[in-house]
Structure formats: structure tokens, C-alpha cells
Design a protein around this ligand. Structure first.
Ligand SMILES: Cc1cc2nc3c(=O)[nH]c(=O)nc-3n(C[C@H](O)[C@H](O)[C@H](O)COP(=O)(O)OP(=O)(O)OC[C@H]3O[C@@H](n4cnc5c(N)ncnc54)[C@H](O)[C@@H]3O)c2cc1C
Length: 301
């Protein structure tokens, strides 16, 4: 279960008592505040707090441009201009604080994004719950044969079932031993900070994660991408939905220029110019390596 009944009651109470404020709020985000959205089998994402909206991005940008914003007078146009020209600091004026429950192996990928503030559940202080990520059968796949860093075809026949049984049995045994080691029933009981070392990386942890919108977009660009591991991608996709409701103009610009856009090298641009002029460009005449050409062809279709 992603949330304990006490936790859910706390969320319900917070949502039942709206408070008035002089600060600007984003109606789309107010609708999500505190609510936990399930991710994977026991995880969730929920917004604890946020600051700013599309208007805050424009307000900050207009400070730097002063009167020179006439050419991009409307908010959406200005936000698209900022995104297109990599003018990032106005996006840093918006912040979001999330509460995330996620498997430890996903947390290890997530924590590589250094430009955020994190406070994690302490397994020195508290006892971890018996909650392990067990993939759904449709995600139990073999090592990819084309990408060393990824999965390929689904495991066939009885192999998927065997793998799932191993994952479940090992998780259960590790947790049984964890409980046995920390137990103070007829023994001293091993310190929690030591007992945890025997737990597998599919156990769930929780943290508060606070980040500004610029760095959140960077995170989402990498982790909502099709190349990201499924187990972190589903969290990024859930966060994308929240951000789309929070700062709709900024999110639309992000989708257009970053998620849907592509960065091209000078060599690739030269190829496009030659193609537009009618030249038939091949990998051999492109000046690109086979790998670069393959990726280029994926971009230009
Ligand atoms: C598909 C994929 C595969 C990956 N595979 C691996 C892997 O095999 N092994 C591995 O170790 N990692 C791997 N990573 C992690 C990756 O290398 C980055 O560590 C991670 O994506 C965080 O990116 P970041 O450093 O840009 O983000 P952040 O840490 O949020 O930083 C954002 C930006 O701030 C700047 N910045 C932040 N801190 C510093 C600093 N100290 N010095 C200079 N500039 C800084 C940089 O411009 C950086 O791009 C992978 C990531 C992805 C998405």
C-alpha cells in the first residue's frame, strides 16, 4: 500500500482546510497539493509545497529585460523565448517540494541529480517497512542485445515466473533476517544502522526532494526520456503531469523545445542544408560516424 491510513488521514485533513494567502498560487497545482499519486507497486509522488507560477517566470525575466520586452509582450511568448534561448534563471524562480516513496535502486539514480535538496527517511533511526518492488510480469525482460544499458525482449516461458519467485523469496528472507537481527526479544538486538545492510536494493525508501523548475526540467528531460530506465521514468512521467498543471506555458515550451526538440551538431546541420538543396547525403558523405548517423536519421525521420 503506498500510504498508511494515518498518512492518508493527514492528507485529507490538510486538503479539507484551505488557507488564504497573499501569495500568488497556481490553480492547477492547488488541485494536486498533498495528494499522493501511486507509482510502481508501493511508491508514490506527492506535492508538499511549491512556489511560483508561469507569471513568476515572466516577472523575473522582465526585471532583467526592463522595458525591452515589447517584442515578447505576452507571457506564453516570453516563456517560449526564454526556453528557446536557454535563458534559465527565470525558471529557477519557481520551486517545488515533493514527497517521494521509491525503491532504493531508483533512489540511487535519482540522487545523481545534485541540484536539489534532499531529506531521506533514516534507516538508522526507524525500522524500514516490509515493502519491496517486484516488477509486473510485463516488465520482466532480458538484457538488451542492442543496448548494453537496458532491457530488450520479455523473458519467455517459465523464466519470468522463476525470476519473480526468486525476487519475492529473497526479499522476504532478507526482511525476515532483518527483523530477527533487530529484535530485542531475548537478545540485545543489532543496531538498525547495521541490520539494514543486508536488505536488497528493491526495498522502498522515502524522501523530500526540493528543486527549482530549471533543474526539474533537466531531471525530467533525462528521466522521462525513453532511454531512461522504466522504474525511474514512471516517476518522471507522473511529475510531468503535475508540472503541466502547475506551469502550463513553461511545460508546453519544455515539451516543444526540450522533450520534443533535438540538439544538432554543426556537421548534422550542414547535412540538413545539403539535403534541403536536393543533395543525396549518405553516412559515407555525411562526415558522421555510423552511430552519429543512426541517431541523426532517427531525428530527421
Ligand atoms: C540514461 C542515463 C544513463 C546514465 N548512466 C550512468 C552510468 O552508467 N553511470 C553513472 O555514474 N551515471 C550515469 N547516469 C547519470 C548521469 O551521468 C548524471 O550524473 C545524471 O543524469 C545527473 O545529471 P546532471 O549532473 O546533469 O544533473 P545535476 O547534478 O542536477 O546537475 C545539473 C547541472 O548542473 C551542473 N552541475 C551540477 N553539479 C556540478 C558540479 N559539481 N560541477 C560542475 N557542474 C555541475 C551541470 O551543468 C549539470 O548538468 C546516467 C543518466 C542517464 C539519464
Amino acid at each position: 500500500m503506498p500510504l498508511s491510513p494515518e498518512h492518508q488521514a493527514e492528507i485529507d485533513e490538510l486538503r479539507a482546510r484551505p488557507q488564504s494567502t497573499l501569495r500568488s498560487t497556481a490553480a492547477g497545482m492547488e488541485g494536486h497539493l498533498y495528494t499522493a499519486y501511486p507509482v510502481l507497486d508501493h511508491g508514490f509522488v506527492r506535492v508538499i509545497d511549491y512556489m511560483g507560477d508561469d507569471a513568476a517566470i515572466c516577472q523575473a525575466a522582465r526585471v532583467s529585460y526592463g522595458r525591452g520586452t515589447k517584442s515578447v509582450s505576452n507571457d506564453e511568448g516570453l516563456i517560449r523565448y526564454l526556453m528557446r534561448h536557454w535563458h534559465s534563471t527565470p525558471f529557477e524562480m519557481c520551486e517545488i517540494k515533493l514527497h517521494v516513496k521509491l525503491p532504493v535502486f531508483v533512489a540511487r539514480q535519482w540522487i545523481r541529480h545534485r541540484t536539489a535538496n534532499v531529506n531521506e527517511y533514516s534507516a538508522r533511526y526507524s525500522i524500514l517497512d516490509r515493502e519491496f518492488y517486484i516488477p509486473a510480469p510485463e516488465h520482466v525482460a532480458a538484457q538488451s542485445t542492442v543496448n548494453n544499458q537496458g532491457r530488450g525482449e520479455l523473458l519467455e516461458g517459465g523464466e519470468a515466473a522463476r525470476v519473480l519467485e526468486i525476487l519475492k523469496a529473497d526479499s522476504a528472507r532478507a526482511y525476515d533476517n532483518y527483523e530477527a537481527m533487530i529484535s530485542q526479544d531475548g537478545q540485545q538486538g543489532l543496531a538498525r544502522e547495521l541490520a539494514r545492510m543486508n536488505l536488497p536494493a528493491n526495498i522502498y525508501t522515502q524522501w523530500y526532494w526540493k528543486v527549482d523548475l530549471h533543474n526539474l526540467f533537466h531531471f525530467l528531460r533525462l528521466r522521462a526520456d525513453a532511454h531512461a530506465q522504466y522504474e525511474i521514468r514512471v516517476y518522471a512521467e507522473e511529475i510531468c503531469k503535475l508540472v503541466a498543471d502547475w506551469v502550463p506555458f513553461a511545460y508546453k515550451a519544455f515539451e516543444d523545445y526540450r522533450m520534443g526538440g533535438a540538439t544538432l551538431s554543426a556537421t548534422a546541420l550542414d547535412c540538413i542544408r545539403r539535403m534541403v538543396k536536393g543533395e543525396e547525403v549518405t553516412q559515407e558523405t555525411s562526415g558522421m560516424s555510423k552511430g552519429e548517423w543512426r541517431e541523426f536519421m532517427q531525428v530527421v525521420g
